[in-house]
Each structure stands twice: as structure tokens, then as C-alpha cells.
Design a protein around this ligand. Sequence first.
Ligand code: AMP
Length: 404
Amino acid sequence: MKIFVLNAGSSSHKSCLFDLDKDNSEVPNPLWRAALDWTHQQGQVELSASGAGESIQQVLPITDKAEGLEAMVNTLVDGPTQVLDSLSDIDAVGHRVVHGGRDYIDSVPIDEAVKAAIQRLIPLAPAHNPANLQGIEALEGILGDVPQVAVFDTAFHARMPEAAATYPGPHAWVEQGIRRYGFHGISHQYVAQRAADMMGRDLADLKILTCHLGNGCSLAAVKDGLSIDTTMGFTPLDGLMMGSRSGSVDPGILIYLMRQEGYTADQLDQLLNKESGLKGLSGIGNDLRSVVEAMEGGNAQAQLAFDTFIHRLRRKMGGMIASLGGLDAVVFTAGIGENSPLVWQQACEGFEFLGLRLKADLSRAEEDQDIAREESRVRSLVIHTQEEWAIAQACLALLNDRGC
Ligand code: AMP
């Protein structure tokens, strides 16, 4: 079955085409992979695609997202990266949808009601849900009535215990749906399962702390195969310090800024989502690599940003371990988690008292790896997240269940 996966963001679109059988235990290479980068230059989009052993990179004078998607999809059937005779060879489309709210706690076939729900949830994920909906509608226009499936980033956390999901505001918040939803669920679920496979254990028997550390950062406590606690909350702004997001801060700071400095909601949104975190504190940027480079060159602000990132990471890791009531493995994934031995070392240093001991010489690798010493009582795994493949798998499972 040929499954097309779209991960639509506000500034990029990432796509893969998988050819999946009913039983895929190993992650297969996609037949085709493509991306649109809308940050390239005003009035232009950068299209890259690879398939059939070839790759292309083009800058196109396109600003309309649907038009960009059409150009990207056409590289499946035209030019050096062609892997299909016709777009009608696509059997299904899987979409990453960031917020599914309380109504959608599993993947669902997309219909008008699902689209209306994604639209309704825009205030809870204003940076993501509009792009997800736009991607769905654009592909309906391009591919016609091929089955489309929504795979929600909130779903893996939807069965969290009520005490972990509840914010201690007035009780009215419970009815209003103001609660912890959690995000990055597709990634947390994939890496937890992969960790169990690497350990040769059943996921249901393990207590795993998964650390998704990319531009957005979150942790999940995975027990009995379910997420029982996580650091992102009602929105993806809660929890860890991130690339340009603050993560949790004292809400009193916001009241202070509104009262004393007349900040509006939009200004606070910009400040906390775009001008905080590694970028805001270091004054350098949201990329950990440049912050570390400046820190190693003696930049004090960069040092403070890095130290705060690590302090808050360890502190939240400790919280997740307390929720788990034990620990079999810590997993690192996403841009920082897959690539930064410095972060692995500094994050794990706080947990040597639990018997977590990392190897002495660590370096990043293309393969997933166990970075803990043999005698370590807790495993520590670096796993490359495979969100697109996980979306394709969820899509396949849903269609098989429905006998499609
Ligand atoms: P993601 O959101 O998962 O694509 O992660 C993007 C982030 O990963 C970047 O902004 C960097 O902070 C970080 N990153 C990527 N490569 C490296 C690396 N080699 N070392 C440290 N951080 C990295």
C-alpha cells in the first residue's frame, strides 16, 4: 500500500511516500522524500525532493502554500525523482495534526467533522493547526478523494491520569477543557516502542523517560506502554526551555508585564513563543549549536542560556521519574537529543545516584545507540525519531482495521 505522509508546519512542509506491507517491523526507507522551506526568501519557496536514486533542489517563485504543495507532489510523477506513474497510485494520505483536543484521542479518517474540529482547536495551537488544515484541504484538491487520515500529536497523552492532566485553577477549567494535552506524542510513542525493541523487552513492562529535544522540547513518562505524564500542556508553550519558547514561567510575570508595562496578549505571545528560550536568553539564536559555540568562546550570556537549559531539563526529568516511580531507560531524540553528546552528559549527570552511568567517549551516530555503560542500572538510548513512518503505520493500521 502506498501511503503519502504530510507533516505541515507554518514555515515548512515535509513529505514522504512509503510502500508498506501489512506487517512492517523495521523502518523502511521511503520511496520518495520531499520538503518545502518557506523561510528561504520572501516571495519564494525552496523545494527539495529525492526519489529513484536522484535528488533535486529548486527555488520557485511561489507564495501560495497549496501551489507549493502541488509542485512538491508533482515531483512524484515527473522529473528525475519520479517514483509513480500516476498520483492515483497513492492509496492513502496520513497527516500529522498537532492538536486533537478531547474529542480525538486516536487516529481518525478525515471527514468534514474532523476538519471542523481541527479548525475549532486553532486557538489552542495557533502556530500548527491552521497549517495542518491547509495541508489537508490542499491535498484534497490535488489528489481527489483518496482516504486521508489524521494522526494527532496529542493522542498518545490522551489517557494520562486526571491528576497529571489537571491544572489547579478553578474547577470551571475542567469543564472548559483547560487541561494538559501534551504534544510530540507521535515521536514519544515511536521512540518508547523502539527503546523496548532495542532492549529486547516488552514496552508494557518498562518505565521509560523519553526526551524529545528539538526546537520544541518535551518529556514524556511512559509506563505500561502509555504516556502517564508529560511536560507540554494546554499548549506547546509549557514545560522545558526550548529554542525560542520560554517553557514554564511564573504566571505572575505575565500579570506583572501586563499591569506595569501594558503588554497585550499578542505581545506576550510573541515574547514567550518567539523571543525567549535559548534565543532570548543567549541573544544569539535558537540553534543550540551556535549557543554552544559562543559559550565555548567565553560568551557569558550563551553560558547562562545553556546552563539554564540543562538545569530546567534535569529538574523536569526528575519530575517525570517521580511520576514513573522508577526508571528503566532514558531516551534522547529530535535535533538536540539525537546529536548533542554534551546534552546527554550534562542531563544524565544529575541521575548518577539512580545508577545511570554513561560511557566515557560519546559521539553522535547515524544509527540508534545505547550510550549507557554495560554496568549502568538504567539504559540510556539515543533514537532517531521517525515521525513520518509512525504516521504511515498509524494510517495503515486504521485502514486495515476498517477493511480498506
Ligand atoms: P528539530 O526541531 O528536531 O529539527 O531540531 C532542531 C534543533 O536541533 C536545532 O535548532 C538545533 O538546536 C538542534 N541541533 C541540530 N543538530 C545539532 C547538533 N549537531 N548539535 C546540537 N544541536 C543540534
